[in-house]
Design a protein around this ligand. Structure first.
Ligand code: SIN
Length: 325
């Protein structure tokens, strides 16, 4: 039986045009969803696709203005008995943030798959058709439900919580941490590695009226207290530290961050390292710091924004949320 899937398009390179098959420069978010669905119509995919254009932009420009309508459209599709799964097309640059936000705020009752491409649609070796066909395969699989939001890039399926962009060029641009890919996919086959790692289908967070401002403080050799304060704005309600190593920072930077944390500002220690597991250290309790565990700074920021939007500022409760899963 043909699966009915809803495609929510936001732009990115998957909908990008260079005007020349070998050009380096191109414009992301050029092909509209109707045109895109016509292009994939020739692939013989066993799915009935209906599309909605949420935005058509470079994902560097994505944020709350797009996330709100995207979340609302995804919720409507989840409630629609005629929709069996959702595909979100997205630029790769901030794909991990949108995917993680959807993972935390959507019920896991139907498959939700985010997909992008590294080469524009008229480039030689365009990866967007293959990635899209793979996304259709995943979104059509009832076993994809209950796993939270998934990301398909290349022939691999990642959990939104794990996936992150590791390369600026080339089609193998994504990795997963701490779980690598959770499935292997081709347009004709799909293999899952193990059971879903989340339980239940309820959304983990309600959709907030607004996302509070959270600053990411980037740590580097020689960062001092003034340097920390220059990275923190007046509206900042929480801080994620992109620390060196396992969430470390120079003593002068630490002193300022401890003062802010003791004053009630939630401070999360994450890492700027590529695979950045950050555990709690003995001083964290006295400093009122939280350890980001396996979340990178940009994902830690999303989780902290949702916690703050729900009124949570207690470091112990925030730590429990970061420890989850
Ligand atoms: C973007 O993120 O919109 C541009 C880059 C890409 O999609 O690969």
């Amino acid at each position: 039986m043909t699966t009915k899937l809803t495609v929510l398009a936001t732009g990115g390179t998957i909908a990008g045009i260079a005007g020349n098959a070998i050009a380096h420069d191109y414009k992301a978010g050029e092909i509209g969803i109707e045109d895109y669905l016509e292009r994939v119509g020739g692939l013989g995919l066993e799915a009935e696709l209906s599309g909605t254009q949420i935005a058509n932009i470079d994902s560097a420009n994505i944020g709350p203005d797009v996330w709100g309508p995207l979340h609302a459209a995804a919720m409507a599709a989840l409630k629609d008995p005629d929709c069996q799964g959702i595909i979100v097309t997205h630029g790769t640059d901030t794909l991990e943030e949108t995917a993680f936000l959807l993972d935390l705020t959507l019920p896991a009752s139907k498959p939700v798959v985010v997909v992008g491409a590294m080469r524009p649609a008229d480039a030689v070796g365009y990866d967007g058709l293959r990635n899209f066909a793979n996304a259709v395969r995943v979104a059509s699989d009832p076993q994809a439900a209950g796993r939270g939001t998934l990301v398909v890039m290349g022939d691999r399926v990642f959990g939104a919580r794990d996936v992150y962009k590791v390369r600026t060029r080339g089609t193998e641009a994504f990795r997963g941490f701490p779980r690598e890919s959770v499935g292997l996919v081709t347009p004709a086959s799909l293999e899952w590695f193990g059971a879903p790692w989340r339980s239940g289908t309820e959304a983990l967070f309600g959709w907030p009226d607004a996302l509070p401002e959270v600053a990411i403080v980037y740590v580097y050799a020689g960062l001092g207290g003034d340097g920390v304060l220059r990275q923190v704005g007046d509206n900042t309600r929480g801080i994620v530290v992109a620390g060196v190593g396992e969430g470390n920072m120079p003593e002068s930077a630490r002193a300022v961050l401890v003062a802010l944390a003791r004053d009630g500002m939630p401070v999360i220690r994450a890492s700027r390292a590529d695979e950045g597991l950050v555990d709690r250290e003995p001083e964290d309790a006295a400093n009122r710091f939280v350890a980001a565990r396996a979340l990178n700074p940009q994902k830690a920021r999303i989780l902290l924004q949702l916690l703050l939007a729900g009124g949570e500022t207690d470091p112990a409760a925030i730590q429990r949320a970061f420890d989850g899963r």
